[in-house]
Design a protein around this ligand. Structure first.
Ligand SMILES: [Zn+2]
Length: 314
């Protein structure tokens, strides 16, 4: 695992505040993500096992649904706008019409937590890493594009949080992806019987990832998170990201190499005192662009994330 040089919360907050003030200087705001052009390409249900499905609606992130006589378990619940369609699609699964008893939030983003209100009010256990609950308790504004997120009502917040790992009576295991690949509250859910591992946005199935450094994600965390996934998965594991098709361990291995290369290059540039814009201009993802698409927005966020995590204490 890659260890971040941890700075004190006060120091981090100061740096974040300073960076927010310069956000306008960092270049054009990101109004859409690389993958946004492609969402919708992967729609329809994917059957992973007799009792386990990916439900994917146009424009929505993946929802993993496990059905049983006791009801339904979901990993992520779609966006607020898509919630009723997602829950309807879940109810239409074989044996999916039972009550949703458990909902995992892989992280706090609205693409994952849009069913919290409905399911929380209906009495479901909403399981999340503690940091995810903390983010959902406050209003958030992303400095790079001004996007605002409203805090959740208590009934919509995760009501069963953990720090490190846990397991359900059914044998399903879950754990914290402490590397902060995407946010500082990422979790995985592993279904051992079906050998399926849901990872949210800690791994992307298509396009360049979003690095939400405002809530803790960073480029070193992408590498560390993928390395952690390598330790949980085996050769036959179906790895389900929030975006894009199901991945294999081979895919994860290739991603570790790619993001590791980019991380090293950006780290060197940071140490030489370069800016995020210079990082983008240096084209540190050059050999991956043909396959992955234009990396500029990703590189900018990645560089800023390094800045937030690795800047030496003044
Ligand atoms: Zn996300």
């Amino acid at each position: 695992m890659i260890n971040a040089v941890k700075m004190s919360p006060t120091r981090r907050q100061l740096l974040k505040t300073a960076m927010a003030g310069t956000a306008g200087l960092l270049g054009a705001p990101a109004l859409r993500f690389a993958w946004a052009q492609q969402t919708g390409a992967e729609t329809g249900n994917v059957k992973l096992a007799d009792d386990l499905y990916i439900v994917r609606l146009p424009g929505e992130a993946a929802v993993v649904a496990q059905t049983s006589r006791d009801g339904v378990l979901l990993v992520d619940g779609g966006s607020a706008a898509g919630s009723s369609a997602v829950l309807k699609a879940v109810a239409a699964l074989p044996n999916g019409s039972g009550k949703v008893h458990t909902l995992f939030n892989t992280h706090w983003h609205p693409e994952q937590t849009g069913s919290n209100q409905t399911l929380g009010a209906a009495g479901a256990a909403i399981i999340a890493q503690e940091n995810t609950r903390l983010w959902l308790q406050q209003n958030i504004t992303w400095p790079w594009n001004g996007r605002k997120f409203k805090k959740f009502a208590k009934s919509a917040q995760p009501n069963k949080t953990f720090y490190d790992k846990g397991a359900l009576d059914s044998g399903v295991r879950y754990g914290y992806i402490a590397d902060a690949a995407h946010t500082d509250g990422d979790l995985y859910v592993y279904f051992p019987q079906q050998n399926v591992l849901a990872v949210g946005d800690a791994a992307y199935g298509q396009g360049w990832p979003v690095i939400d450094w405002w809530t803790g994600g960073w480029i070193g965390g992408i590498v560390g998170g993928l390395q952690r996934i390598q330790t949980v998965a085996n050769k036959e594991t179906k790895i389900v990201p929030a975006q894009g098709p199901v991945l294999t361990l081979d895919d994860i291995n290739a991603q570790v190499n790619m993001y590791g290369t980019i991380y090293d290059r950006l780290n060197q540039m940071l140490n030489k005192g370069h800016s995020p814009s210079e990082g983008v201009e240096a084209k540190p993802a050059k050999e991956f662009e043909a396959k992955m698409g234009n990396p500029d927005e990703f590189i900018r966020r990645a560089f800023e994330s390094l800045w937030a995590y690795l800047s030496p204490d003044a």
